[in-house]
Design a protein around this ligand. Structure first.
Ligand SMILES: *[C@@H]1O[C@H](CO)[C@@H](O)[C@H](O)[C@H]1NC(C)=O
Ligand SMILES: *[C@@H]1O[C@H](CO)[C@@H](O)[C@H](O)[C@H]1NC(C)=O
Length: 377
């Protein structure tokens, strides 16, 4: 879809993800992306640097305008006052984002804000409750950027499962094993070095995994029981989670997530495996993208079965597809058409609720809200 009806966009944030993911993804979208007109960061230096990088990466004829904390006419209020900027992409520290999301929506801007939607469930609920009437009143689109939700491999896996190819799901397993030392560029981001929110990397990175699972699995999670621990003293408050999860009333699975691997090389293990009554499906990250393997048992004769294997490779392009979905929905919203289900803040809040439950369970059975429809009025 062409997005020329969107007058212009701005990026709020100047971190690693903006430089390494958003700008290249906007460059790939090329002329189908609305023009990047402004950049905001808390400091003038990083905002200027990001504007320079954007000019280079996007091949712009002139630099986007630079905004930063300070006085009019260079601050965020000035940016939000511009009528030629219809939408903003927000990639700021986790605990700052909810207030900025509301500020941007109140200024009449469509918003794509980075995950997690909020540092915890209570803050997320308040944000959703405050944002909803503003979106309604101004006819705005608010997506939470969850690139795993739009990653083609997980969407394709969801379709395979829905088609019944592997039968009825009977169990699943996910293992995410990460190595983070003090030289990691992610660790060096000041707000990640000393996180002021629960879970540390487990919240920031863990919501991706839960989003991938909910994109593939047909039933929502209902309960979990888990344990959390801290093993590397520089990754507080927790770096490891193990839990057992119930989905729907039919099946269950195991979720393992750690950032405490002692070695860079991690033991060989499947990343995600979903097992059905007829076969299983596994998704693994590769250096180029993702690989999906499907193995189905087929009846050979009355006694024996035979296995059939299918292997599919997928590019890594979730950020690009999430941006496209955001721009598409703005155009649809303006035309009075139905928008997609992608980037739903309620679903993003369910991901946060999952991590929060795992961090606080201590082995107790925790109910998981499969819907936040019951928002307090
Ligand atoms: C700008 O790009 C350079 C070169 O890729 C990179 O080293 C730098 O960190 C970027 N700056 C920002 C603020 O993203
Ligand atoms: C996934 O990668 C692991 C190595 O980490 C390997 O042991 C496993 O066989 C791979 N699975 C598939 C289905 O390719």
């Amino acid at each position: 879809m062409h997005h020329s009806k969107i007058s212009g966009i701005a990026i709020l944030g100047a971190g690693i993800f903006v430089g390494e993911a958003y700008l290249p993804a906007l460059a790939t979208l090329g002329h189908t992306s609305p023009p990047l007109k402004a950049v905001y960061s808390r400091s003038e230096k990083s905002s200027t640097e990001t504007a320079q990088n954007a000019t280079r990466i996007l091949g712009l004829p002139s630099s986007p305008d630079v905004y930063f904390d300070g006085d009019h006419p260079n601050n965020l209020d000035a940016l939000l006052g511009r009528s030629d900027i219809a939408a903003v992409i927000i990639a700021l520290p986790i605990t700052l984002q909810p207030d900025i999301v509301l500020k941007c929506l109140s200024a009449g801007k469509h918003v794509l804000s980075e995950k997690p939607v909020a540092p915890d469930v209570a803050r997320g609920l308040r944000l959703l409750r405050d944002a909803e009437p503003i979106c309604q009143r101004h006819g705005l689109v608010w997506h939470v950027a969850e690139n795993y939700e739009t990653e083609p491999v997980y969407r394709a896996a969801g379709e395979v499962i829905k088609s019944g190819k592997i039968g009825n799901i009977i169990f699943f397993k996910v293992a995410v094993v990460n190595y983070i030392d003090k030289t990691s560029k992610w660790y060096k981001t000041p707000w990640r070095t000393v996180p002021d929110y629960q879970g540390g990397f487990l919240l920031d990175g863990g919501v991706h995994t839960i989003a991938a699972l909910r994109t593939m699995l047909p039933q929502t999670f209902t309960h979990l029981s888990g344990f959390a621990s801290l093993n590397k003293e520089y990754l507080p408050p927790h770096d490891t989670i193990h839990c057992v999860v119930q989905a729907g009333s039919h099946y269950h699975g195991i979720v393992e997530m750690t950032f405490a691997s002692p070695t860079k090389s991690v033991p060989a293990a499947e990343n995600i495996v979903i097992t059905g009554s007829k076969g299983w499906l596994a998704c693994n990250a590769t250096s180029e993208g993702f690989k999906m393997v499907i193995r189905i048992a087929e009846q050979k004769d009355s006694e024996a079965t035979e296995e059939k294997e299918e292997i599919m490779n997928f590019p890594r392009k979730g950020v690009e597809t999430e941006l496209e979905a955001f721009f598409d929905d703005i155009v649809k919203q303006q035309a009075g058409e139905h928008t997609s289900s992608i980037g739903d803040p309620k679903a993003a809040l369910e991901d946060v609720a999952f991590i929060q439950a795992a961090l606080t369970s201590k082995g107790n059975l925790m109910p998981l809200p499969s819907s936040f429809k019951l928002l307090p009025k």
